[in-house]
Design a protein. Structure first.
Ligand code: Q9C
Ligand code: ZN
Length: 404
């Protein structure tokens, strides 16, 4: 006989589906956003016995009427048809018209599955059938604009799910959604879709490098606070440079995100969980450890009665993303205590950015109006360990030459 289920045990949804691996470059050229990403994550979770402790779900295609809540008909039609035979000869040319996009015969199905999966798990968490969930999906979504594929993203998976909960399932009582986008890139698509909407508080923390980091331009600036009824409900934390890690992210959690989350009191939290700010990511140049991600997640579990949906966005080092997702899964399963330590101090630039963001948003969020204590500001910039091509460890200050 099976042991009775522990009623205190947290029900964590885990969604993975091999069909999302069929979206790949058309001629087998290598690409950072490739099928091995989600396979590596799934294999790691399996090797650690995580699926047995979760509610495992298969992907389900999104319905056009839900995608249409955030995307235009012409965009939906393009993504629906791009993999059909009639498009065989045109696919390359069409992809080349977009910024950082490829298509193949598996792209349409994968895009519909990724969006549908996030809708599915979000509905289950909103209902209370699940406490929380992780959707291991691709292609990613947060760069996709309402009428445009962009930055490896076809449909904006998280935005579709947020709109679905607000507009299609009002009986579930989800009135306020906090989206936390910790992918290393700015979530331009999601920002634009909810810019005037106070029902969605969009928070993005990303490399900005004064507007030169992808997707580049002013969109990711802290000045972008939302508009009309949505003023104050868009928060950007733009890093000035790479090398940001656990200490920097957690300082922003403590001094920006958590005070705002406390005041906003969201009904559910959707995380645009890219892992390209992880240590050793080839695109991000930041250094969050699995322990850092687990703390960032743990600190969010105090809100929205722990209703959290994590959706994969970017993340391009297979080991880093697998270990990071594993650490997050353990947090959602409430395997405790967390073990680890943060050895370094935030950069000086981190305190500067935190103060700029707090200043920009304090009229909307009184919790941000108090001056930061002088002792937190006194800490100095610190070096960050980086590995070179030969596996040598060097230490580097942001914006400086490497030295041993
Ligand atoms: N000079 C995500 O992480 N880089 N997308 C293009 C062109 C594109 C990242 C560089 C990076 C897209 C979901
Ligand atoms: Zn990214």
């Amino acid at each position: 006989m099976e042991a009775p289920e522990d009623p205190r045990r947290r029900r964590v949804g885990l969604l993975y589906d091999e069909r999302m691996c069929r979206h790949a470059t058309p001629d087998g050229e290598s690409h950072p956003e490739n099928p091995e990403r989600i396979r590596a994550i799934w294999l790691k979770l399996e090797s650690e016995g995580i699926p047995q402790r979760c509610v495992v779900l298969r992907a389900k295609e999104a319905e056009d009427k839900y995608i249409a809540l955030v995307h235009t008909q012409s965009h939906i039609k393009l993504i629906r048809n791009i993999s059909s035979k009639e498009f065989d000869s045109q696919r390359l040319r069409i992809a080349s018209k977009f910024n950082s996009i490829y298509f193949n015969k598996g792209s349409s199905e994968a895009a519909y599955l990724a969006a549908g999966s996030v809708v599915e798990v979000s509905e289950k968490v909103a209902k209370g059938d699940l406490d929380s969930a992780i959707a291991i999906v691709r292609p990613p979504g947060h760069h996709a604009e309402s009428d445009e594929a962009m930055g490896f993203c076809l449909f904006n998976n998280v935005a579709i799910a947020a709109n679905f909960l607000l507009n299609e399932r009002p009986e579930l009582g989800i009135r306020k959604i906090l989206i936390v986008d910790w992918d290393v890139h700015h979530g331009n698509g999601t920002q634009n879709m909810f810019y005037k909407d106070p029902r969605v508080l969009f928070f993005s923390i990303h490399r900005f490098d004064f507007g030169s980091f992808y997707p580049a331009g002013d969109g990711g600036s802290y000045c972008m606070v939302g508009e009309g009824a949505g003023a104050g409900y868009n928060i950007n934390v733009p890093w000035e440079h790479g090398q940001c890690g656990d200490a920097d992210y957690l300082a922003v959690w403590d001094h920006v995100l958590l005070p705002v989350a406390e005041s906003y009191n969201p009904d559910i939290i959707l995380i645009s969980a890219g892992f390209d700010a992880a240590v050793r990511d080839p695109l991000g140049g930041c250094c969050i450890t699995p322990y850092g991600y687990s703390l960032m997640l743990k600190k969010l579990m105090g809100f929205a009665q722990g209703k959290i949906v994590m959706t994969l966005e970017g993340g391009y080092n297979l080991n880093s993303i697998a270990n990071s997702v594993l650490a997050c899964a353990k947090v959602l399963l409430e395997e405790k205590p967390l073990v680890g330590s943060i050895e370094v101090q935030p950069f000086e630039s981190t305190w500067r950015v935190i103060q700029e963001v707090r200043h920009e948003l304090k009229t909307f969020w009184p919790a941000l109006a108090v001056e930061l204590p002088q002792n937190v500001l006194a800490s100095n910039g610190r070096p960050c360990p980086v590995e070179d091509a030969h596996g040598w460890l060097w230490f580097k200050f942001a914006g400086e030459q490497m030295y041993k």
